[in-house]
Write a protein that binds this ligand. Structure first.
Ligand code: HEC
Length: 433
């Protein structure tokens, strides 16, 4: 009898309380601010790429409904990998519990709560996130007009270093993040590039080559896109740079309605001592394809064979405005296949790296198959011209099909055992403090 009344008591209390009172207990200061600080404020604060600040109650309150929509649809924070495939070191997604807290807060009237329970504002490192770099590449300034078509530039800077060094980390500092769409840095060697016996200057070599390989070498160094953290290679791994190497920057700007002047800085951090494995960037992709006008789900596939036992440390799918979906599948020599990454709703506006929680071991002979799908129909709201057949090209109105990935060759038992690790990649407030 006694046990029974004890059990029913809490239920009675619940039944007697008006339902909204339960929802209304969720407050901004105690429940919601910690979630926003952890997952949103790094972009949604003054001077960053988010269109509004979510750091304070009075800033977030007017956005309550759109915040609810953004988190329930999982359109924010930006992340496009299918959740059931792989585990990712830099996945910023909210948990189901965090989403229901935000929903309950909005449905309960988006109340402020007790200011005394507001968490400490997150500490953000201003300036260089990885500390003062060893070498800073200063790119020429670019004026981005208020409106008009997107700008695509290839700028070349020669490295002025006295000796061969290895890079362990790269940090981009875009001068005008609101108009910087993405930047891709290639390391290039134009020394072998001659025409009629005359060495070509980097700019001419670049113009002449037109593609990403040829007589010199052309290697991905690092990539920046809205929302990406600085690149830190796994411990002991990096990329060599030689005196006289050039860095070629492929930059994409998107006018914002206001003229902006950008000067991007690239900070290089050199490794000390021995570099034990070189990071290789693989630009796997097809350049020979044609997407027919109006095609809603056009498939393009490309296969790349892994030459030596390697660990994959990152993936970066790259298509343009008609890009719809991209996946990476491993076909192992023993006949097994494994889906490594699936991005079912690709969004050109977000060039994201996907860093596996544990680097993926791929034995020599494994084929990585990259499959892209494109929507060239009028139903794709981003499609600049559904009446045109589209092939490969540099403009965003043309298409690309690249499944970039980075790998290190496995040359020790440690690496094979998976003890090689990527440095901290997701820049969250807690990681920065
Ligand atoms: C990596 C940076 C980044 C992170 C992290 C981020 N946002 Fe955003 N957010 C943006 C940018 C940029 C936009 C505008 C472009 C767009 O909508 O894609 C945006 C747009 C929004 C919008 C739509 C605003 C409108 O105009 O309708 C909402 C709401 C929003 N974010 C909420 C959030 C919430 C809530 C979080 C955390 C759970 C979050 N965002 C995390 C960068 C970010």
């Amino acid at each position: 009898m006694l046990t029974r009344s004890v059990r029913t008591f809490p239920l009675l209390v619940l039944l007697l309380m008006p339902a909204p009172a339960i929802a209304a207990e969720v407050t901004f200061s105690r429940d919601v601010a910690p979630i926003l600080n952890q997952h949103c404020v790094r972009c949604h604060r003054p001077g960053e790429i988010g269109p509004m600040s979510l750091a304070a109650y009075r800033e977030a309150r007017p956005w309550a409904r759109s915040i609810q929509r953004a988190v329930t649809s999982r359109s924010m924070p930006p992340w496009f990998a299918e959740r059931s495939v792989g585990e990712w070191a830099n996945d910023p997604s909210l948990s189901e519990e965090e989403i229901s807290t935000i929903v309950a807060w909005v449905d309960g009237g988006a109340r402020a709560g007790d200011p005394a329970s507001m968490p400490e504002p997150p500490g953000f490192t201003e300036g260089w996130q990885l500390g003062e770099p060893d070498y800073v590449i200063e790119l020429p300034t670019v004026t981005v007009p208020a409106d008009g078509p997107d700008l695509f530039l290839n700028q070349v800077v020669t490295l002025d270093i006295p000796e061969r060094r290895w890079i362990r980390a790269v940090e981009f500092r875009p001068g005008a993040p609101r108009v910087n769409h993405h930047q891709l840095a290639f390391k290039a060697d134009f020394r072998g590039m001659v025409e009629d016996g005359v060495p070509l200057a980097p700019r001419e070599a670049l113009r002449g080559s037109g593609s990403v390989d040829g007589r010199g070498y052309f290697n991905v160094l690092a990539m920046w896109g809205a929302g990406t953290a600085p690149t830190e290679f796994p411990e002991g791994a990096g990329r060599w740079v030689e005196p006289g190497d050039a860095v070629v920057m492929n930059q994409h700007y998107h006018p914002s309605g206001e003229e902006q002047i950008d000067q991007t800085l690239i900070g290089l951090h050199f490794g000390q001592g021995e570099m034990h494995s070189e990071i290789q960037a693989v630009i796997a992709g097809e350049m020979d394809f044609l997407i027919p006008a109006g095609a809603a789900n056009h498939r393009v596939a490309y296969r790349h064979e892994i030459a030596r036992d390697s660990m994959v440390v990152s993936y970066l799918p790259h298509m343009h405005l008609r890009g719809k979906r991209m996946s990476y599948t491993a076909h192992y020599a023993d006949g097994d296949t494994e889906l490594l990454l699936d991005v079912p709703e690709y969004d050109f506006n977000w060039q994201l790296f996907y860093y596996p929680e544990k680097p993926k071991l791929l034995p020599a002979g494994t084929i990585i198959e990259i499959v892209a799908h494109y929507d060239n129909s009028a139903a794709n709201p981003n499609n600049p011209d559904p009446t045109r057949d589209v092939g490969f090209g540099l403009q965003s109105t043309d298409e690309m099909m690249f499944g970039f990935f980075e790998l290190v060759e496995v040359n020790s038992e440690d690496e094979r055992e998976g003890r090689i690790r990527r440095g901290p990649t997701a820049v969250t407030p807690s990681a920065r403090e």
